[in-house]
Design a protein around this ligand. Structure first.
Ligand SMILES: [Fe+2]
Length: 343
């Protein structure tokens, strides 16, 4: 999704002009009158982010300009740009990439009132970014080939010889790599390496979660690892890619029940830190979280007291393992996956 559309340059320009006109007319002093545009680097699904931020510009007079690419691309770009980065806010699909920036000291602490809008399990202990959505790891399976009573108890079982040639993963994507980071945080390096070696022997590698789901649906594989929402979205649309498949949630605090957090943070180098803080506050506020819950994205809301879409099993019942999202080590994951030949 490189070079995705912005809020529309003309819209942004018009808003900027409007705010500037207000300033010239002398309506009040202070920051509010300045012509403002925040640059948002966003790796989350474009439509979800736009839906959640609906109304932000109207409410605040702050225009938004988006740069859309994947988690790793944008994180690397910010690291390379350093102090000169035009990014004010970074939104990721999964948390390892935003945590890379936190470790580099590139994020500003978030306002406590923003952190307080999201449950502590959905943000890092550093307080330098916060979750704004969550996605659950699942096993998508073909029940005709893999009935319920033969499902693996743990995602770690997929490394065992009996799964050779029967499973699928999207190894190259940030989604799958976040799950590996979860396994690494929960079980340590030795167990993770052994698991990855098993997957390298057993799994067909697909280019995306959707491709994994289609392969399971069509019986090309018996089961695959992905996130829950691809399944629910397809079922909500027409079921064409999922009607012969089912989902298995591992639960029991298994690494396979890992919950991946979409992260939002303010760059320490932003020249509009107050406005950037406002955007993250807005994204985690009840109205934005409610729009997420009501949207077709079918990811989980993480704002306090905002229930997720009714089609989904409640977040609290997924028995996700406890992982500080600030403890996920993307760099080590990349090295391990390269070592075993999955990347
Ligand atoms: Fe996705």
């Amino acid at each position: 999704m490189l070079g995705g559309t912005r809020l529309g340059r003309s819209t942004a320009a018009a808003l900027t002009a409007l705010v500037a006109a207000g300033a010239l007319a002398g309506c009040g002093g202070g920051d509010a009158e300045a012509a403002e545009t925040l640059t948002v680097y966003s790796a989350q699904h474009e439509s979800l982010v736009r839906t959640m931020l609906e109304g932000f510009t109207e409410e605040t007079g702050i225009a938004l300009e988006f740069r859309d690419a994947n988690d790793a691309e944008l994180a690397n770009q910010i690291v390379q740009e350093g102090e000169a980065s035009p990014a004010d806010v970074f939104l990721t699909e999964n948390s390892p990439s935003i945590d890379v920036l936190d470790r580099e000291g590139l994020l500003a602490p978030l306002d406590q009132s923003t952190l307080d809008q999201v449950g502590a399990q959905y943000r890092p202990s550093s307080g330098n970014w916060t979750g704004f959505a969550a996605r659950s790891t699942v096993l998508v399976h073909n029940p005709a080939q893999l009935p319920q009573d033969q499902l693996p108890a743990s995602i770690l079982d997929l490394a065992n010889p009996e799964w050779q040639g029967r499973i699928g993963i999207a190894a190259g994507g940030a989604d799958f790599q976040a799950i590996v980071a979860g396994v690494l945080a929960l079980r340590g390096e030795e167990a993770t390496r052994a698991w990855l070696e098993g997957l390298e022997r057993n799994a067909n590698v697909y280019p995306s979660n959707s491709a994994v789901m289609v392969a399971a649906d069509e019986g090309e594989i018996d089961a695959g690892v992905m996130y829950h929402y691809y399944f629910y979205r397809d079922r909500a649309e027409n079921g064409l890619k999922s009607d012969d498949a089912e989902l298995h949630f591992f639960r029991n605090s298994d690494p396979g029940a890992f919950l991946s957090i979409s992260g939002a943070g303010v760059l320490a180098s932003s020249d509009q830190p107050e406005q950037a803080q406002r955007l993250v506050a807005y994204l985690t506020s009840p109205p934005a979280q409610q729009r997420l819950a009501e949207s077709t994205a079918l990811e989980y809301a993480v704002g306090n007291d905002v229930p997720s879409a009714e089609a989904l099993p409640p977040l609290a019942e997924l028995q996700a393992p406890q992982v500080d999202p600030g403890s996920l080590d993307q760099q080590r994951v990349t090295e391990l996956m390269q070592d075993v030949g999955l990347l």
